[in-house]
Write a protein that binds this ligand. Structure first.
Ligand code: TRP
Length: 334
């Protein structure tokens, strides 16, 4: 809770590229949360350097992601969209929480195990304490809900444990956050392996449609989408490929599944795939147009970056000061 309003925090890495799964399954649905919650969407560049990054590339991708969030419909006057590295309270609270998190807890994190296996030459302490920085992100804003994918649930559990441990010692300092995993809303699968979720870290670019893909690329990816044997456009469990395309077409056009089955009755996969590609391209067009417009308005984006970092700092520092006092740091002389 912040100033009597429920609050929401979500962090995103700038290293992957947003795809239609992120858009339809998350981003697009977040727009409607801005009235009910005080929202924070943070580009977590401090998390990104737990694996080696090219500095220029990281800066470019971070700005692109921040811009894309606005282009996708999040109004930056109502939603606080900012860079983690611009708000030093993240690092300061992370240090304190490090002292309330056990090695054994961090050792159990499956994402650490996965990433350590992938980065054998650089298993640094930051990679190990990554979830503690994430806990700091969330707890700084007294977040009630945290929209995340399934893969982040373990980190939210840890955040809750650490917050409860801290509260048990010092009184009610932190709001205990809940993961917000929307049951309804589209679950978009890979175009190449339709039993797997579309993923930012997929090495095959044909598996995902990215928000900034041009029309030709989008149509080509749908044409190449893996489909099932048979030739009927029908939603069924044993037809994961076609069912995924039907689902995507449904959210892109607003048509229901029975309507779609009827529309394509007697038509082949080829024709259907092109229709899906065109519908998705049409759905993304306004987002892309807005993105390009925003990229040309450096002053506007710079201003968002500045004012939103100030807003985030205001709330974050309030929590940080409380925590510093609780653990026994001396008050600053002003
Ligand atoms: N670890 C998250 C991911 O990789 C990103 C993240 C960082 C995050 N801090 C967060 C997500 C706080 C939710 C809340 O997706």
């Amino acid at each position: 809770m912040l100033d009597g309003k429920k609050s929401l925090f979500s962090g995103m890495q700038a290293t992957g590229t947003l795809h239609i799964g992120n858009y339809l399954g998350a981003l697009k649905n977040w727009v409607e949360l801005e009235n009910e919650y005080e929202t924070f969407y943070c580009v977590v560049d401090m998390h990104s350097i737990t694996v080696r990054q090219d500095p220029a590339e990281l800066r470019r991708k971070a700005r692109s992601l921040l811009t894309l969030y606005i282009a996708a419909g999040l109004n930056p006057e109502k939603n606080c969209i900012y860079y983690q590295s611009h708000v030093s309270a993240h690092a300061e609270l992370a240090w304190i929480l490090n002292c309330f998190t056990y090695m054994g807890e961090l050792n159990r994190m499956t994402q650490f195990k996965d990433k350590a296996a992938k980065n054998e030459g650089n298993i640094n302490a930051g990679l190990f304490t990554y979830p503690v920085l994430m806990a700091a992100d969330i707890l700084l804003f007294q977040s009630d809900i945290v929209p995340v994918g399934d893969d982040q649930k373990q980190h939210i559990e840890l955040t809750r444990d650490v917050a409860q441990r801290f509260n048990a010692i010092y009184g009610d300092v932190f709001t205990i956050p809940e993961p917000y995993i929307k049951k309804t809303g589209a679950r978009i699968m890979s175009l190449q392996e339709p039993t797997k979720k579309m993923s930012k870290s997929d090495d095959n670019p044909n598996a995902s449609v990215f928000l900034l893909d041009d029309t030709d690329t989008i149509i080509r990816k749908f044409k190449r989408a893996v489909t099932d044997s048979g030739n009927e456009i029908r939603y069924a469990e044993e037809k994961p490929g076609i069912s995924n395309l039907i689902e995507i077409y449904s959210v892109a056009t607003g048509k229901s599944i029975p309507e779609i089955e009827k529309e394509f009755d007697g038509k082949g996969y080829g024709e259907f795939k092109i229709a899906v590609g065109e519908a998705v391209a049409a759905m993304l067009k306004p987002v892309q147009d807005r993105y390009n417009e925003l990229c040309n308005d450096k002053e506007y984006i710079d201003n968002v970056i500045k004012t939103n970092a100030e807003k985030a700092s205001y709330y974050a520092n309030k929590t940080l000061r409380k925590v510093q006092k609780k653990v026994g740091f001396p008050e600053k002389i002003r």
